[in-house]
Design a protein around this ligand. Structure first.
Ligand SMILES: Cc1cc2nc3c(=O)[nH]c(=O)nc-3n(C[C@H](O)[C@H](O)[C@H](O)COP(=O)(O)OP(=O)(O)OC[C@H]3O[C@@H](n4cnc5c(N)ncnc54)[C@H](O)[C@@H]3O)c2cc1C
Length: 503
């Protein structure tokens, strides 16, 4: 049995390098791992790098087509805009081979697992109504929803023992804040003034000021790295409190995660006309217009040497801000500089496929002190109990990089064996029950190079100050709310759709 002090000491030293140091090439990678390695999924870097390296300055050819609305990016935000305006003449241009952005899923045998975005928190209005219109009923993941892993054998969840009162204090604080009218809410356009004061503090400093036990800070770091791509001392207390309030409420997950929402939207959009979602279409330039037609330069991701162009009465840019800033032309350079200088996290997700009876796990398990991942979602725990498989399972391991730039270099290097090995080794130590009666047969890696806007202190004010419109070009990416969440994507879509409707 570890003492409280020993457990804490372990945490202090941990998460220092989350994935980077132990993943450097040659750092103990298995040359011939005892499991298969699936092909990469996630971001394809080539089209974005082609744009960065010169295409963004290429002149636009003559437009070959005119539409009323062109949506750039088919992630949750872009798809939501298109659903909200589905009675209009519109097209969605999506760089990747399928829509969904970070909300995609795959299947191993009959288990659907997420490649990124996994669960939703808020089903009140306007979100619940939106899901209902899509024919979706979010299902709460059964309680207890999560568990904290220490990596120490036979050690239970520290919140059941050594951290009970500290964790209860945190929950009580968040409950009190949640009941106040000045809770740091979404949309940020409605942020009450006292809540904006939170945005000037880091989450860590705020919780210290509220006398939350420092011994919980390792847990908060794991949570913040997973949810925001940076530890609690680098995250705005506005964003942190908003997200953390979920520990007092149920969370909702579809099998395969939030890809279910993306698929329902894509089906709805295509129902009113095939070809409205064009995949493999990378946009390299957007020229706004006042009152006329904006021009959109794009290329088939496989043929960057053959640029194409269309014009649209409205263009809705649902691509991440740091990238939108690079492709928007004729816009105040000071504004685009603010967008391109935003910090983005990088992320590796490892879906581990096991043969054998699934272990009895919570939906999400937080790994305290792990060097190579922050948490593990049991994909098998998302469907209702009666539909769960009994002889195989998939664990989705979230491995955000603490140093986003170093993480991107590793992802670009693309050595799957080197990247998978330390995650699997550590998973064995933190979740031995997953391996007790089952065999790991395959690891499937997903890379996200520039995902998770890092919600640094001041982010809410920065986003409130950035204009969302330039002529007939609107911005509608979840970045606009300063917090990476499904709810942010839907809110941004609602506001862009309203502007278009008002004309
Ligand atoms: C690993 C991970 C786990 C997460 N888990 C959760 C979770 O459990 N719950 C939650 O609420 N949130 C979660 N999030 C955050 C949340 O899912 C995202 O904030 C949200 O899905 C983002 O949607 P979006 O449409 O704004 O952006 P994105 O998903 O970034 O979509 C943008 C789209 O634009 C496309 N694109 C970009 N540039 C171009 C271009 N030049 N031309 C054409 N297309 C382009 C991209 O390919 C992409 O499809 C997670 C995020 C990550 C990375």
């Amino acid at each position: 049995m570890v003492t409280r002090r020993e457990a804490i000491a372990g945490l202090g030293a941990s998460f220092g390098a989350l994935g980077v140091l132990s993943m450097l090439p040659g750092a103990g990678a298995a040359q011939d791992p005892p499991y298969q390695l699936g092909e990469w999924t996630g971001d394809s870097f080539a089209p974005m790098h082609a744009i960065r390296d010169g295409l963004s300055r290429t002149p636009l050819p003559s437009p070959e087509r005119r539409v009323e609305i062109a949506v750039i990016g088919g992630g949750l935000a872009g798809l939501a805009v298109a659903v909200m305006l589905q009675d209009r003449d519109l097209i969605v241009l999506e760089r990747e081979s399928e829509p969904g952005g970070v909300a995609k899923s795959k299947r191993w045998r009959n288990v659907d697992y997420a490649l990124g975005s996994a669960y939703v928190v808020d089903i009140k209005e306007p979100f619940g109504e939106f899901y209902e219109k899509l024919g979706l009923t979010p299902r709460p993941v059964s309680a207890p929803v999560d568990r904290v892993l220490t990596g120490v054998e036979a050690e239970g969840d520290p919140r059941d023992g050594i951290w009970r009162s500290a964790y209860d204090d945190l929950k009580a604080l968040l409950r009190r804040l949640g009941a106040r009218p000045d809770f740091p809410k979404l949309p940020i356009s409605e942020a009450p003034e006292p809540a904006l004061a939170l945005d000037r503090l880091s989450l860590l400093d705020f919780l210290r000021g509220e006398h939350i036990d420092a011994e919980l800070f390792g847990l908060l770091d794991a949570y913040c790295l997973s949810a925001f791509g940076a530890p609690a001392n680098e995250i705005s207390a506005y964003a942190g409190v908003n997200f953390l309030s979920e520990i007092n409420a149920p969370i909702y997950a579809f099998p395969g995660g939030n890809a279910t929402i993306a698929r329902a939207m894509a089906a709805r959009i295509s129902r009113d006309g095939e070809g409205r979602i064009v995949t493999g279409a990378a946009v390299y330039a957007i020229e706004p217009a006042e009152g006329g037609y904006a021009r959109v330069g794009w290329f088939d991701a496989l043929h960057p040497d053959a640029p194409r162009c269309l014009e649209a009465r409205w263009v809705v840019v649902a691509a991440p801000y740091f990238f939108a800033g690079r492709i928007l032309r004729g816009v105040d350079p000071a504004e685009t500089a603010k967008m391109t200088s935003l910090r983005q996290g990088s992320y590796l997700v490892a879906n581990c496929c096991f043969e054998g009876p699934p272990p009895e796990l919570r939906y999400d398990s937080w790994a305290l002190g792990a060097q190579n991942f922050s948490d593990v979602v049991d994909a098998t725990a998302a469907p209702p109990a009666a539909d769960r498989v009994t002889d195989h399972s998939v664990l989705t391991v979230y491995a955000p990089f603490r140093d986003p730039r170093a993480g991107r270099a590793l992802l670009l290097g693309g050595d799957r064996a080197v990247l998978a090995a330390p995650i699997v080794d550590e998973l064995r130590r933190f979740l031995p029950e997953a391996f007790a009666k089952s065999r790991l047969v395959e690891v499937r890696l997903t890379r996200w190079g520039h995902h998770h806007l890092i919600a640094a202190p001041g982010m809410v004010e920065t986003m409130r100050a950035l204009p969302k419109r330039s002529g007939n070009v609107l911005l509608a990416h979840s970045d606009g709310q300063g917090m990476p969440a499904v709810e942010s994507a839907i809110l941004e879509a609602l506001s862009a759709a309203e502007i278009v409707r008002k004309g």
